[in-house]
Design a protein around this ligand. Structure first.
Ligand code: ZN
Length: 311
C-alpha cells in the first residue's frame, strides 16, 4: 500500500476492499438497457479541452458535462468533496470500475480500486488558500477487469442527484418508476430501498429550502369574506422583510400615505416601525386576537376573557 506523501492518514482506519460493503448493485450491460443514452467507445474518452481551465491553469470541474464523459484529471478542482465523489460515481457507473473510498472526510479523499492488483489511485484534498477541493495525485490506468458490481459508492445520494428534478416536479413519480429510470439511463439495477431513500432525500432537500415565514395581507370582499391580496415567503419575519413587502404593496395598490385606510396587524415590532414610515396617514389597529393572547398572558383566568369580550 503506497501512501507516501500524504501526511495524516491513519492506517488503522483504512479498510481492505473485502471489508467494503458491496451493496447489491449489479450491472445489466448498457447495451441491453433501453438506452436513452447510447454507449459508444467514443463516449468513454474525454477531451481535457472539455474542462475550461481557470486563471491558474487548473481545470475546474464542470457539472454540465454529460455524466458518461466525466473523468478525473490531475489538478482538477471542485467546490467540495461531495462534487468530486459524485463525479467519481459517474465515472464508475460509466466504466464499470470497482472503486471505493479508502479515506473519506471533509478534507481528504483517497480512492482506490477494489481489485488489489489494480494501479488506479486518486488522492484529493482541500486547499484552503484556493478554497477548493483538488486532485493532488492520480494514476488513472486500470489493469483490472471491468466489473459492474459497483459497490457501495453508488448509493441513494448519487441516485438522488440525478433524479431530484423528476421526483420534485412529478408527484406521481414513485419509487418503482425511479428504479426503472435508473436502469434505463445507467443500465444498472439498484434496490427499491435505495430508490426510496433517494426519493426521501430529494423531498428533504426541498423541505430545507422551503422553511420560512409567510407574510400575507388580506382584505374583506363585498360579502364581508376574507380576501387574500398578497403573500410572500421570507426566511425570517423582521423589519427589513416587512419593509420590502409593504413597499411593494404600497406601490402596486397606489396606497400613497394610506389616507382613509385602516390596517390591522399583530403589532409585530417590524410592522409597527415600517408602517409609521411608509403609511403615516393610515389608521393602524391591533388585531383583537393578538391583544387577547397578550392579555391572557397577564390575566390567565377565564372570567377575564369574558370581561375582555364585553369590553
Ligand atoms: Zn481498477
Amino acid at each position: 500500500m503506497s501512501i507516501e506523501g500524504e501526511a495524516g492518514i491513519d492506517l488503522t482506519e483504512i479498510k481492505s476492499p473485502q471489508e467494503i460493503n458491496m451493496e447489491g448493485i449489479t450491472y445489466e450491460g448498457v447495451s441491453q438497457g433501453n438506452g436513452n443514452e447510447e454507449a459508444t467507445e467514443g463516449d468513454k474518452k474525454v477531451d481535457e479541452d472539455d474542462y475550461v481551465p481557470d486563471v491558474k491553469g487548473k481545470p475546474m470541474f464542470n457539472e454540465d458535462i454529460r455524466w458518461k464523459k466525466q473523468l478525473p484529471i490531475l489538478s482538477m478542482r471542485f467546490t467540495n468533496p461531495k462534487q468530486l465523489k459524485f463525479m467519481i460515481c459517474n465515472y464508475v457507473v460509466a466504466n464499470g470500475y470497482q472503486l471505493y473510498f479508502e479515506k473519506n472526510d471533509s478534507k481528504r479523499l483517497l480512492v482506490k480500486c477494489s481489485n488489489g492488483h489494480c494501479t488506479f489511485r486518486l488522492w484529493a484534498s482541500w486547499m484552503s488558500e484556493e478554497q477548493s477541493f483538488q486532485i493532488k495525485s492520480l494514476i488513472i490506468d486500470h489493469n483490472c477487469e471491468r466489473n459492474f458490481k459497483l459497490g457501495s459508492i453508488v448509493n441513494y445520494r448519487w441516485i438522488c442527484s440525478h433524479f431530484t428534478r423528476e421526483v420534485l416536479e412529478n408527484q406521481k413519480f414513485n419509487v418503482r418508476m425511479l428504479k426503472e429510470e435508473v436502469k434505463n439511463k445507467f443500465g444498472i439495477q439498484v434496490s427499491m430501498g435505495q430508490c426510496r431513500r433517494a426519493k426521501q432525500h430529494a423531498m428533504s432537500l426541498v423541505e430545507g429550502i422551503c422553511t420560512g415565514q409567510l407574510l400575507c395581507v388580506v382584505g374583506r370582499d363585498g360579502n364581508n369574506h376574507i380576501y387574500p391580496i398578497a403573500w410572500a415567503v421570507v426566511c425570517v419575519e423582521n423589519k427589513d422583510n416587512w419593509k420590502w413587502f409593504l413597499e411593494n404593496l404600497q406601490e402596486d395598490l397606489h396606497l400613497e400615505g394610506g389616507f382613509g385606510r385602516t390596517l390591522m396587524s399583530d403589532q409585530h415590532k417590524g410592522i409597527i416601525e415600517v408602517v409609521k414610515d411608509l403609511f403615516p396617514e393610515i389608521e393602524h389597529r391591533q388585531c383583537v386576537i393578538h391583544v387577547l393572547s397578550n392579555f391572557k398572558k397577564k390575566f390567565p383566568r377565564s372570567q377575564f376573557e369574558k370581561l375582555f369580550w364585553k369590553a
